[in-house]
Write a protein that binds this ligand. Structure first.
Ligand SMILES: *Cc1c(COP(=O)(O)O)cnc(C)c1O
Length: 347
């Protein structure tokens, strides 16, 4: 890449192998179901996650939106964490396009809903009440240090969902980061939910795309909804070719990003003025903050860092910063980032 960019793993460029595969991809009209590369990506993702069928979609946001619309009707209610990506960062799509009422609940420090609170939040069958229909979960838990949530958490929620005839959706944008960190197969988590949306365009480096998986019936409805949303993409095998490399090859190296995140977190902890607990970093998302007496706000520090080193990091609110490790930033880039921050704070 031209610049060292730690803001997100979405900044990742496709790898040389991906560009090659894209150039050579077999394609067809995917809206007719005739793109062999898309069909393979959909089936391979469904197999990897232990579900019947898959649907290639343009983004994680589209995957989550289609899933939530496919599981609900207008006027239904969906339970989710108050810090859920689908609630905070997806432009309110379930409300504006689905007419679905989000019911947000507090989460713990790792982004987990409390099962007893979820159960208590389900509306009774009463004409005054919206019909509670869906629980939305996330893994890794993006706003919460990229916490890798364990299968038992999802098993508990599945039990509640089944008892009350609700559906359970997993926003698994970084599911493979979570299961890599936990050293378990993805199915250990995905078997407990009705649908999963998996991003190929984050740490897995594909230029575009997510895959939504679930039952045949669910994906049948989802395919129509994708068309409604303008997401029927013709010769999409060009993109799916990169997606296959993301799914099969790039997924095998995520552990390296997590080791790099540890290296970065420990380096940050050694800089006076930076507050971070490296043990709270579970995957590739490294959140840290500035001590009160540091003479910069987080956005100011990020800006200064870029001006002095051309290295990008994310600065939020007053004190919070984020650096994300990925394929294009390794040890040398981490050393440069740490040196740049030391220089600004103590140079
Ligand atoms: C990135 C992300 C998404 C979807 O993002 P897109 O940019 O639409 O692909 C969804 N959920 C979480 C937790 C994410 O981090």
């Amino acid at each position: 890449m031209d610049e060292i960019d730690f803001r997100s793993d979405t900044v990742t460029w496709p790898t040389p192998a991906m560009r090659q595969a894209m150039a050579n991809a077999r394609v067809g009209d995917d809206v007719y179901g005739e793109d062999p590369t898309v069909n393979q990506l959909e089936q391979d993702t469904a197999d990897l996650l232990g579900h019947e069928a898959g649907l290639f979609v343009s983004s994680g946001t589209q995957g989550n939106l289609i899933a939530m619309l496919s599981h609900t009707q207008r006027g239904d209610e969906a339970i989710m964490g108050e810090d859920a990506h689908v609630y905070l960062w997806e432009a309110g799509g379930i409300a504006s396009l689905g007419g679905v009422l989000p019911k947000t609940l507090p989460t713990d420090a790792r982004g987990q809903l409390h099962p007893a609170q979820v159960e208590a939040a389900i509306n009774p069958d009463n004409p005054h009440k919206a019909r509670t229909r869906l629980i939305c979960t996330e893994n890794s838990s993006g706003g919460n240090h990229g916490a890798a949530l364990a299968p038992t958490y999802f098993a508990n929620l599945r039990h509640i969902a089944q008892t009350h005839n609700l559906r359970l959706h997993l926003d698994g944008a970084r599911l493979l980061n979570a299961t890599t960190a936990l050293r378990i197969p993805p199915t250990a988590v995905s078997q407990h939910v009705d649908s999963v949306s998996l991003c190929l365009s984050k740490g897995l480096c594909a230029p575009v795309g997510s895959v939504l998986v679930g039952s045949h019936d669910f994906i049948h409805r989802a395919r129509r909804l994708r068309k409604v949303l303008g997401g029927g993409m013709r010769q999409a095998g060009i993109l799916a070719a990169a997606g296959l490399i993301a799914l099969h090859d790039m997924s095998q190296r995520l552990d390296q990003d997590h080791q790099h995140a540890q290296l970065l977190a420990h380096g940050l902890a050694d800089i006076d003025g930076i507050v971070i607990n490296p043990a709270a970093v579970e995957t590739n998302l490294v959140f840290f903050s500035l001590r009160e007496d540091v003479p910069y706000t987080a956005p100011q520090l990020a800006q200064k860092l870029y001006e002095t080193t051309q290295i990008h990091i994310g600065g939020y609110g007053i004190h919070r910063l984020r650096a994300v490790t990925h394929y294009w930033v390794g040890e040398p880039e981490i050393e440069q980032l740490l040196a740049g921050l030391k220089n600004l704070l103590h140079g």
